[in-house]
Design a binder for this molecule. Structure first.
Ligand SMILES: [Mg+2]
Length: 419
């Protein structure tokens, strides 16, 4: 038996934990650069605000309805997520953290009549430990569990837990469940299904599996089987290391000053190298991409991808920044204003499986110590407390006009109580 634990309106809920005056009010959280809505309270949903709506389109509504607006505060959300997941993991046989606010749970070995109580206990415990409301759906497969968790949000009387095991109940739910809301059926497949008059999960199940296989490949067939109650996706407890690590950003303005582009590339490289060390990997290839603004007419254009093979596998920030910035500098086109850049580190292998080099003479050992020191300082005093000289002081500016304090990860922001 599978469960899906899903935090309700997660980012908004995190803001509410530390600012209870937001309860009962319409609240939205915005994406990076204060662009679009990425989390909404129920009150904001009731006002018709949809996911992904840009803030500039909502200006009047925000003012009229006194909607509380927040910039995304990822250090806070990541820390709260960790606390939620720790509680879930401590109460179940096995769990797979699926995203910042979702975890699949394996309920194997737990008697069916105990499932409802356990699901509601987990939801209660998470609320007590963290203040975050959590919905849990339980069913025969991951896909059905996900549907069950969505029912919790639709029907408040379920009190945040829904066990959907009886076939008659499943049939009843699938009868009206929109096929485009089924986990794994993306926008393209939904379109195709709609054009074949398949709009509900029930209609999808009535389709011939051979037809499903021919139109939607084996992944579509797996979704079909999962809806039928046959598990095709197991629990993935060991999160695999990344095969490539990408860090990229759009800039607030076009960068004609190429020194700024190089500083940004150095920053992206440092960030990727730090992630590489965190998974104990070394990389043998780096790719850099540089784009000018595609929407600006009458401007010099440049869309460049630079492949940089490394002489030996490394995880050393200083070595990577040096070579990446040298290649970037050679490839920047005069007169171009760059709007976006990114660094992709690939050909990653485990550090302990990488052979040493004969003429190394202690270079890598010293480098390792230095990198450990760098990571320790940044972990203790905050990200980018210490950076490479090439990167310089942080000059990439993002819009974050509505940011809440980092209540749980920054000493200066901790809540003060007067007694
Ligand atoms: Mg959620």
């Amino acid at each position: 038996m599978f469960g899906l634990a899903d935090c309700n309106n997660f980012y908004v809920s995190c803001e509410r934990v530390f600012n209870p005056s937001l309860n009962g009010k319409p609240v939205i959280v915005l994406s990076n650069n204060d662009g679009c809505v990425i989390s909404r309270s129920q009150e904001a949903k009731d006002l018709g605000i949809s996911m992904g709506e840009p803030l500039f389109k909502l200006k009047d509504l925000v003012k009229r309805e006194n909607i509380r607006v927040y910039s995304s505060n990822f250090p806070l959300y990541a820390d709260m997520s960790q606390r939620v997941m720790d509680t879930i993991i401590s109460m179940v046989p096995a769990a797979e953290i699926y995203s910042i606010d979702e975890a699949f749970i394996n309920f194997d070995g737990i008697a069916v009549d105990k499932l409802h109580k356990l699901a509601s206990d987990i939801s209660q415990q998470v609320k007590t430990n963290t203040g975050i409301p959590l919905s849990i759906g339980v069913s025969k497969t991951k896909t059905l569990a996900k549907i069950a968790s969505k029912l919790c949000k639709k029907y408040p009387k379920l009190n945040n837990s829904c066990v959907m095991i009886k076939q008659s109940n499943i049939d009843k739910v699938l009868k009206s469940y929109p096929v485009n809301d089924v986990w794994g059926i993306g926008r393209q497949y939904s379109k195709m299904l709609y054009s074949n008059n398949i709009t509900t999960a029930e209609q999808f199940l009535c389709a011939d599996p051979r037809w499903v296989r021919s139109k939607m490949n084996v992944t579509g067939l797996k979704s079909w089987k999962e809806l039928k109650g046959t598990p095709c996706f197991g629990l993935e407890e060991n999160i695999h290391d990344k095969q490539q690590i990408c860090t990229s950003r759009s800039f607030a303005k076009d960068l004609f000053d190429h020194e700024e582009v190089i500083r940004a590339v150095a920053k992206f490289t440092s960030s990727s190298a730090q992630k590489l060390r965190a998974q104990n990997g070394v990389a043998l290839k780096v790719m850099v991409f540089l784009y000018t603004n595609p929407f600006k007419e009458n401007h010099e254009r440049d869309y460049k991808t630079i492949f940089i093979p490394l002489e030996y596998p490394t995880d050393n920030t200083l070595e990577l920044v040096k070579i990446v910035c040298r290649h970037t500098a050679m490839n920047l086109k005069k007169g171009c204003g760059y709007k976006k850049a990114g660094v992709v580190i690939s050909s990653i292998s485990k550090k302990e499986h990488t052979p040493g080099f004969l003429f190394d003479s202690g270079r890598s050992e010293k480098g390792d110590l230095l990198m450990k020191c760098l990571d320790d300082i940044n972990a203790k005093y905050g990200r980018e407390s210490i950076v490479t000289g090439t990167q310089g002081p942080n000059r990439i500016v993002y819009n974050m006009d509505h940011l809440s304090p980092k209540y749980t990860t920054c000493w200066d922001d901790i809540i003060k109580v007067k007694v």
